[in-house]
Design a protein around this ligand. Sequence first.
Ligand SMILES: [Fe+2]
Length: 231
Amino acid sequence: MKRKYLDKIKKLESAPKKINLFSQKEIEQIEDLYKILPETVFNKKQNVRKKGWLPNYNKELDKIYIEKINEAIGDFKFDTLKSESGEDYYGLYHESFSPLKVHVDSGFKEDDIIYKQIITPLSPIGDTIFFTKRWYGPSTTFTNDPEELNFKPKPGQNERSNKHLGDKEFDKEIHKKYLSHIDINNLKGLEVEYIYPWKIGETLIVDRSHIHCASSRISGKKLGLTTFTKK
Ligand SMILES: [Fe+2]
């Protein structure tokens, strides 16, 4: 994949930033919306339950959500998949029962100007780990498993790659503390840029080109809301 607007994408990049974007009441409304939305399982294999935020279930909250994101990141378009009827999802609720491995959510279209990912934790325990390395190919899961590398993705599915790997051994302390669910050899050449410990009431804004994963710190399950944006 050859990004048409790589320069523009890079110009829009910034360091990860956590902010208090939503009030306690709004966080509660976001949680309540999750309960009433229809189930949309995207990946049984990953042991993740997902629900897309469909518009019109809570119109007032739809409006607030767009306004607040707009306040935080300026003009944007949603890029979080579409529903069966072609509506943009405002975000994706993801309830995971085991920690997500190394990947990037960089999108699938070469003429898109990918922008920020907005993560709002809805459960208190867990971390998201961001590596310094960035990726401008399509959304990819990074693996050193030869069998996994043979996986042929269908449209909309993550590619598989081992091109994240380098020579430098990964930090053993960080591996033990945060990433014991990942083979340390699959982290070779990576360095941690930022560890985000989840906290309800906060929202994390981060570039979509960042390679990242969840930490092994999970207590039963982890629930969060993620919105992918483009310009
Ligand atoms: Fe992700």
